[in-house]
Design a protein around this ligand. Sequence first.
Ligand code: PAF
Length: 286
Amino acid sequence: MHILHTRADLHAALRSCGAGVASGVALVPTMGNLHAGHLALVARARQLGSPVIASVFVNRLQFGAGEDFDRYPRTLERDAQALERAGCDLLFAPDEAEMYPVPQTFHVHPDPRLAGDLEGAARPGHFEGVATVVLKLLQLVQPAVAVFGKKDYQQLLVIRAMVEQFALPVRIEGVDTVRDPDGLAMSSRNGYLTPQQRAQAPQLQQALQELAQCVRAGCALPQLQQAQRAAEQQLRAQGWQPDYIDVRRRHDLQAPQAVDLGRENWLVALGAARLGSARLLDNLEI
Ligand code: PAF
């Protein structure tokens, strides 16, 4: 696997791989500190394109003031080894000067109806930062397909919408969340948990499962709203600080109307909550 730190080297490597000639480049954008969830993205990318290129870049633009940009784990050597073992062909790991050689004053502003709520409300500006860096990565790599995890459910929708809005010539592929045996969604931020918090962490997914059960049992809208509030209260009682625990429509993340509740493959339960110094998010398609 070749490791590339500059755009010039990236482009030379893509050219020498004959990029675009065969099935097309498959890109896996990441912020590093890789775990099995990321490697599942690489595995999917290998099925969809060639060469497979992963990027590792901790993108300052998507972190708000007081968030964990400075302490976000930088583990490039370990990441490179894991990517190589996973069959990745190229790793693009630019520094900030390479990614943003001049201050990035042009930003992508996703539609607030999609990006202003849930994560967007809890982390103002987050999706502007994500969309801006993803657009830039797509522009630099020009992949035929780019692969993202469904754990960041709203992010995936924002990226799909951006690609559609700007008619970007790339297919966006979502990959199911990889979980530890106890149900905890794998995340780079799980490393912030103390052993006691780690033991508690599956409670977030359990809260979402309770909401899913309520929907599957045919509950009406007021009952669902009550179940959402109860799930939040229960997490609070267990020591969490929830930002949201909500059931939404999968395709636009709007709150469901009564008519939405009976539809198959239509809803998703989403949650984000802080446990100690870790902010965890998860979702469950219903
Ligand atoms: O999901 C992530 O790791 C990041 O948000 C992404 C898509 C790599 C953009 O920085």
